[in-house]
Design a protein around this ligand. Structure first.
Ligand code: ATP
Length: 249
């Protein structure tokens, strides 16, 4: 389970994430949506322990990410938008390295080949990461996220740059994680995908949460029955844009 309480992240005087709170329960896929610059990546990086929040609290399986980092992170798999991988390891060495870091070498052997096959990396297993294409690196980052016993998954724009067969695999991966009782948070601009894949969504604009719920809940809350997630998103984020403070220059 992932709990975020009153998360704030400021870059100098600019507030990129503003009092964000939500909970992702086991067995849920939740979409994190928002226009460019809404604060999705910043929020995810705070929730993954990469950025230190200005204030607020992140709990992973009940463990405070700031106060009990090792235990909190042991349950978390985060795949960033631009994964930074160790270029001078081979694909197989990279997966083994991640398994060693998370102390899951016992399951690594049984997971390695199925994951390499699923992500079409079998013939690259002995090649250096540096020689992989962009999409292959993204697939390797996802495969690495699956070699440890995480039950909270966070993906930042996971299917950009991945080929259609890979996209199907990644979506199936989310569903498998959900069926296995994991809490899955996925940031995306692909609203069709979010509508089909996610149990509910959180919409950010200018760092603030402006809506949260299932599509049916959002339709009813905002009087948009029968409208698509794209329609609801555009309407709400347009309103947020128009209510932006006006600064004289
Ligand atoms: P996108 O959809 O374009 O990826 P996003 O929702 O992920 O956007 P963020 O990358 O979190 O948005 O950025 C949120 C805001 O914080 C933006 O206004 C961005 O310019 C600002 N920001 C991000 N990183 C920094 C930084 N290191 N220093 C100053 N401002 C930053």
């Amino acid at each position: 389970m992932l709990e975020v309480r009153h998360l704030v992240k400021e870059y100098k005087s600019f507030r990129a994430v503003d009092d964000l709170s939500f909970t992702i329960h086991p067995g849920e896929i939740v979409g994190l949506l928002g226009p460019n610059g809404a604060g999705k990546t910043t929020a995810l990086r705070c929730m993954a322990g990469i950025l230190r929040p200005t204030s607020g609290q992140v709990l992973i399986n009940g463990h405070d990410l700031l106060l009990d980092q090792a235990r909190a992170k042991s349950g978390l798999a985060f795949v960033p938008e631009l994964p930074s991988l160790y270029e001078l390891l081979t694909v197989e060495e990279h997966m083994k390295f991640v398994a060693m870091c998370f102390d899951t070498l016992d399951v690594y052997e049984s997971l390695l080949e199925p994951l390499l096959k699923r992500y079409n990396l079998m013939d690259k297993r002995n090649q250096l990461v540096a020689t992989l294409s962009k999409g292959m690196k993204q697939k390797l980052a996802i495969a690495c996220a699956l070699v440890h016993r995480a039950n909270v998954f966070m993906f930042d724009e996971p299917i950009i740059g991945i080929d259609p067969a890979g996209v199907v695999e990644v979506k199936d991966e989310f569903r498998r994680a959900k069926d296995g009782g994991a809490a899955v948070l996925v940031s995306t601009h692909l609203l069709d995908t979010a509508e089909k894949l996610c149990d509910r969504v959180i919409i950010l604009a200018k760092g603030r949460k402006i809506a949260e719920g299932t599509l049916a809940q959002l339709q009813s809350q905002f009087g948009m029955e029968g409208r698509s997630l794209e329609d609801v998103f555009l309407e709400l984020t347009d309103e947020a844009r128009q209510t932006a403070p006006v600064f004289d220059v």
